[in-house]
Design a protein around this ligand. Structure first.
Ligand code: ADP
Ligand code: MG
Length: 295
């Protein structure tokens, strides 16, 4: 017997390393006419490395002490930025003390009690709030101008240092953006929790002009819903816990599997098991081919 077109398309997607969870999903993938892409871990490799440790002079802390506290607080986190911090601390031979009361706020950062002190690490804009400018924001802005993601480290609420972290675009990011633009008939949108400077730098490198930065998970959902209200069928590609609500709100959601969070993998309609972004346009094409055979 010959297999129904949508089922053989699913089998084909599997050969491309994409797990499509149902025939309905396989059919919907080809209907998309708008695309929203996450930045960290999706358009970038998601293997960021620590490039800078800048203690604030007022803290009196040395580089290694700032890094040790940050790594301890990040240790329980599955975020790519957390891995960059922990790996750098290990590479410097620092011991990473155990923590209590770990907490994470998707799109913002993490906190934990280290050596009896409350340590937080995350987005400088969110941790510093909208009050008067802090010397830490100047340090952070300098790193962001170089295309880095800057994260702030605070101890008992006081900023003690800023870390610079750099991630590379995936080798197939620019080609994928071009292919999705052609398939959707519209340029993809970049939706990211990262800062506007680092986001603009990456967007330029991969050929995206429409950038929404500094977004919380619910802001990503709002961006998808705006497009849906305008009658668009939005394909969302993301990897993190912070992307799960947007993946759920999408017409179809695809998760990057290798480094993806459990929540993103469960929520998504399809999962990229091989670490290749270019499989996204490939499955859209498979869907369109199958639908031509079905109807
Ligand atoms: P993206 O949308 O590009 O995947 P996220 O929403 O995961 O980015 O993160 C947005 C921002 O929140 C980061 O740039 C960082 O400032 C902060 N952040 C989130 N999680 C962490 C973490 N574990 N450690 C440090 N900063 C974090
Ligand atoms: Mg991400």
């Amino acid at each position: 017997a010959t297999m129904p077109p949508l089922l053989s398309a699913i089998a084909n997607a599997g050969r491309h390393g994409v797990l499509v969870k149902s025939a309905v999903v396989m059919e919907r993938l080809g209907q998309m006419d708008a695309v929203a892409l996450d930045k960290t871990g999706t358009l970038t490799e998601g293997a960021p490395r620590l490039t800078d440790v800048r203690p604030l002079p007022a803290s009196g802390l040395a580089e290694d002490e700032v890094l040790r506290l940050a790594a301890a607080a990040e240790h329980p986190s599955e975020h790519p930025l957390a891995r960059a911090v922990v790996d750098a601390a290990r590479a410097r031979g620092l011991d990473i003390p155990p923590v209590e009361d770990f907490d994470s706020a998707p799109g913002t950062g993490v906190s934990a009690v280290v050596d009896g002190a409350s340590v937080a690490i995350g987005s400088p804009a969110r941790l510093l709030g909208g009050g008067r400018p802090h010397p830490a924001s100047v340090v952070a802005a300098g790193l962001e101008d170089e295309g880095r993601t800057a994260v702030l480290v605070t101890v008992d609420g006081d900023p003690v240092g800023v870390l610079g972290i750099a991630d590379r675009p995936r080798p197939d990011a620019a080609a994928t953006v071009a292919a999705l633009t052609a398939l959707a008939g519209a340029a993809p949108l970049l939706v990211t929790g990262d800062n506007p400077r680092a986001a603009a730098r990456l967007a330029e490198e991969v050929g995206i002009t429409d950038v929404r930065a500094g977004l919380l998970p619910q802001d990503k959902v709002a961006a998808v819903q705006d497009l849906a209200r305008a009658g668009r069928r939005v394909l969302v590609v993301g990897d993190g816990v912070n992307d799960a609500p947007a993946l759920a709100a999408a017409h179809t959601g695809i998760a990057m599997g290798r480094a993806g969070s459990d929540l993103a993998l469960e929520t998504a309609d399809a999962v990229i098991l091989r670490d290749e972004l270019a499989t996204v346009p490939a499955v859209v094409r498979l869907s369109r081919r199958a639908r031509r055979l079905v109807v």
